[in-house]
Design a binder for this molecule. Structure first.
Ligand code: F6R
Length: 261
């Protein structure tokens, strides 16, 4: 696990965007795994800038989103379909048919989830998965206790997550859908590269547990210690509970030139 600490979310987002851009340039048919929420927004803004100003081409890229609320259709302003159009897809040259987001209105959840896994496999698997982290350590919506072997399926959101996400639902946790479809931890771990972003002091404890704590289903993101290429891009406030923060900074400053992104 490589921990990269930047002063600001913008700096971290620029580093993350450079990693995505390099992949897309080297492999125009790249398959990206995408997240929603507040965290990836500066990264998405930077990707849009790279597309507009530097011609970064997404025309052959395929994407799979991590999750969607059950019961919200694609037109709902808080659906992740809406979020992705608003913040990314409407601003890139990615064909709509290349983008995949779980269907929150599917009449048959298990069949949909099996098919989502099949589509990821048919696309060749995910090259780079972008992740945020919940304050309870979830990735995707794999809440504490989720199986490390889990695949795409229905999950019930934890109360903490309902409270965290109430800011998008008039500050009313009761209005946040209680169920979602999410890629499983096994699905996420299959990605060839994983890039987790976290900003702000509210994520500090989860980041410390994920990076330096035991690997435990009680903090699902800790499984990323077992991922061969996981990178963790955080700002200084999110790094405050890390015991080895100085060492991670030292490692990054001393990276050989050929290893830099
Ligand atoms: C979103 C997702 C979640 C979020 C996490 C952090 O697709 O899968 O795991 O990444 O809840 O959310 P924010 O970024 O809003 O703090």
């Amino acid at each position: 696990m490589e921990v990269i600490i930047h002063d600001t979310p913008q700096d971290a987002a620029s580093t993350g965007a450079r990693m995505v851009a390099r992949l897309v340039r080297e492999k125009p048919h790249a398959v990206l795994g995408l997240a929603t929420g507040g965290t990836p927004l500066p990264l998405y803004r930077e990707l849009v800038r790279l597309h507009r100003e530097e011609g970064l081409d997404f025309s052959r890229v395929t994407t799979f989103n991590l999750d969607e609320y059950l019961g919200l259709g694609p037109g709902h302003p808080q659906s992740y379909h809406h979020f992705m159009r608003e913040h990314l897809f409407d601003h890139l040259n990615i064909p709509a048919e290349n983008t995949h987001i779980p269907d929150g209105m599917t009449p048959d959840v298990p069949a949909f989830c099996r098919d989502y896994e099949r589509r990821i496999a048919e696309a060749g698997g995910i090259d780079l998965q972008i992740l945020g982290i919940g304050s309870d350590g979830h990735i995707g919506f794999n809440e504490p206790g989720s199986s490390f072997a889990s695949r795409t399926r229905i999950k019930t959101l934890a109360r903490e997550t309902l409270h965290d996400n109430a800011r998008f639902f008039n500050d009313d946790p009761a209005k946040v859908p209680h169920h979602c479809i999410t890629m499983g931890i096994g699905t996420i771990m299959d990605a060839r590269c994983v890039l987790l972003l976290a900003f702000g002091s509210g994520k500090a404890e989860a980041i410390a547990g994920m990076v330096e704590g035991p690997v435990t289903a009680s903090l699902p993101a800790s499984i990323l210690q077992h991922h061969p290429t996981a990178k963790v891009l955080i700002d200084s406030p999110a790094a405050t509970a890390l015991h080895r923060a100085d060492y991670y900074r030292w490692v990054y400053e001393n990276k050989p030139a050929w290893q830099r992104e």
